[in-house]
Unconditional design. Sequence first.
Length: 256
Amino acid sequence: MANQELCGKGPHAEGTPGDSSRYIGPIVLLGPPGAGKGTQAKRIVARFKIPQISTGDLLRDNVARHTPLGMQAKAVMERGDLVSDDLVEEMVAERLKQDDAQRGFILDGFPRTVEQAIWLDGFLKHGFFDNRKQQNVKATAPIVIRVDVDYNRLKLRLTGRRSCPTCGRIYNVHSQPASVDEVCDVDGSKLVIRDDDREEVIQERLATYERLTRPVADYYDRQRRLYVINGDRQPDQVTEEIFQEILRHSAAAEGR
Ligand code: AMP
């Protein structure tokens, strides 16, 4: 499965030829660390050919290039705090103007606050689709999908993660162990735990998610736009359900 996915030929990569030209619209993927959002986002990209836009990646890129935004964001990110809403919103607006986002996009790490969610609604309504070629699109609101995983299972997934410092291969002591305990199958290196997968940091990451991202989900839920998916299942089943929801939403947006 892992190799198939690397080649973009996983069971979900194919879809129908129309999937890579139809209107998909904005997708917001919410969920705690360890819920499998990254895996699911890659499958959505492969099937529908829309970009994944990660605000964390964009910010890290700005920091690396020493842009004015990067210089303002650096210290805040190092403290683990959130970068101010206006800076992040401006950055997202710039990114969404690029051509590859016309048919749709997956937002990853955004919105992180209710203020950002309100901004996104306004931007999509007035500043994005209205000025573009999507005149036939009936709805511009994002499809919001939250992948839920049981708290104890999340902790198990995150604390069990090990990686090889030499080749980068990822293992999990509970679900995908190395053949010899804590030793890489490929090159024999001793496996390591990522700094932010240490138990005390995991507690903090999960607590931050509860504090900051729950209200964003509640915001969408109040508008009956939140779609909750049970992530305590095989990744393929989760993917299937996400795809169905995206296709349903896409058909409604096109007025079909
Ligand atoms: P991530 O890779 O998504 O965990 O983001 C890394 C860091 O970038 C976060 O800890 C924040 O400091 C910052 N960041 C990413 N996305 C946002 C956002 N939507 N709003 C504010 N800060 C963000």
